[in-house]
Design a binder for this molecule. Structure first.
Ligand code: U2P
Length: 260
C-alpha cells in the first residue's frame, strides 16, 4: 500500500513537473508582447465572399446581419511587426464567458461557417481560436478568458470607428469610392493616432487601432505601411451589406452539433 502511495506521488510529481516545464518552455520562447491591436472587420466586405450559409455565420442573419465594424480580435503584438501566438495551453471554455454572450454575438460574431484551428491540433469556434491564439499571449495584462473578452468588448464600444467614419461622411456604399487618406485622417482627428488599414482589392477589410498595455491609444506599427499603400489603393470602398439568404445562396444544413 505504502509503495502504491509512493508511486502515485511520484507520478503526480512527474506530471506536475512536465506541465510546468511545458509552460515555462512556451513562455521562454515567446517574450512578452509590446502592445495591443484591436482589429475590426467590415462585414460588407467580408460577407461578399460568403458562398455558404449556416447558423453560426452572422453574414447569414439577413436583415439582422451586422452593418457596422465587428471585432476580429484583440491581438498582442511586437513593435517589430511580428506577434506571439498560442502562448500556453488553455483550452477555450465558452462557459467562462456565458454572461458576455449577448455582446459577443452582436459585436464579435463569426462571419464564416468555417471552424478555425485551435492551438493544439483541433478545430473550434472563432472565439476559441482568438482566445487560444491571441488571448493566451496577453499576459501579464490578462490571465483568463473572461477579462480578455470583456476588455475587448469595452474597447470596441468605447472606440466606435463606424461612427467616426460616418461623421466624416464615409458611409457604406456600393457606388462611392473614398480617399484612403481621408479615412485615415478622420480617425487621426478623432483619436490622435494612426490606424492600420487592410483592404481586399479596393474594399476596406479591416481597420486596426492600437493601445499600450494600459489601454492608452498609440499608433499601430503597420500604420507606416499606409504610405507605401501595401494593402489598399488610393481610393477605397466601404461595401454595403447585401442580404445573403436570397436566391442563389446555398443554405448549408447545420451539423448535428450546430443543431443542438
Ligand atoms: O493578417 C492575416 C492574419 O494574421 C494574423 N495577425 C495579423 C496581424 C497581427 O497583428 N496579428 C495576427 O495574429 C491574424 O490571424 P487570425 O487571428 O485571424 O488567426 C490575421 O487574420
Amino acid at each position: 500500500m505504502a509503495s502504491r502511495t509512493c508511486l502515485l506521488f511520484l507520478l503526480v510529481a512527474f506530471l506536475a513537473g512536465a506541465f510546468a516545464a511545458d509552460v515555462i518552455e512556451v513562455n521562454r520562447s515567446q517574450r512578452e508582447f509590446d502592445y495591443f491591436a484591436l482589429s475590426l472587420q467590415w462585414p460588407g466586405t467580408y460577407c461578399r465572399g460568403t458562398r455558404h450559409c449556416c447558423s453560426k455565420n452572422a453574414c447569414c442573419r439577413g436583415s439582422n446581419a451586422p452593418t457596422q465594424f465587428t471585432i476580429h480580435g484583440l491581438w498582442p503584438d511586437y513593435n517589430d511587426g511580428s506577434w506571439p501566438s498560442c502562448c500556453y495551453r488553455s483550452d477555450f471554455n465558452e462557459k467562462e464567458i456565458s454572461t458576455l454572450m449577448d455582446g459577443l454575438d452582436k459585436y464579435w460574431p463569426s462571419l464564416s461557417c468555417g471552424s478555425p484551428s485551435t492551438c493544439h491540433g483541433g478545430k473550434g469556434s472563432f472565439w476559441g481560436h482568438e482566445w487560444e491564439k491571441h488571448g493566451t499571449c496577453s499576459s501579464p495584462v490578462f490571465h483568463d478568458e473572461y477579462n480578455y473578452f470583456l476588455a475587448t468588448l469595452n474597447l470596441y464600444l468605447k472606440y466606435n470607428l463606424t461612427d467616426v467614419l460616418y461623421k466624416a461622411g464615409y458611409v457604406a456604399s456600393n457606388s462611392e469610392k473614398y480617399p484612403l487618406g481621408g479615412i485615415v485622417t478622420a480617425i487621426q482627428n478623432e483619436y490622435h493616432i494612426t490606424p492600420e488599414v487592410q483592404c481586399k482589392k479596393d474594399a476596406i477589410d479591416e481597420i486596426r487601432i492600437c493601445f499600450y498595455k494600459d489601454f492608452k491609444l498609440r499608433d499601430c506599427v503597420g500604420s507606416k505601411e499606409l504610405t507605401s499603400r501595401k494593402s489598399c489603393p488610393k481610393y477605397v470602398s466601404l461595401p454595403e451589406y447585401t442580404p445573403l439568404d436570397g436566391e442563389g445562396m446555398v443554405l448549408k444544413m447545420p451539423t448535428e452539433r450546430e443543431a443542438l
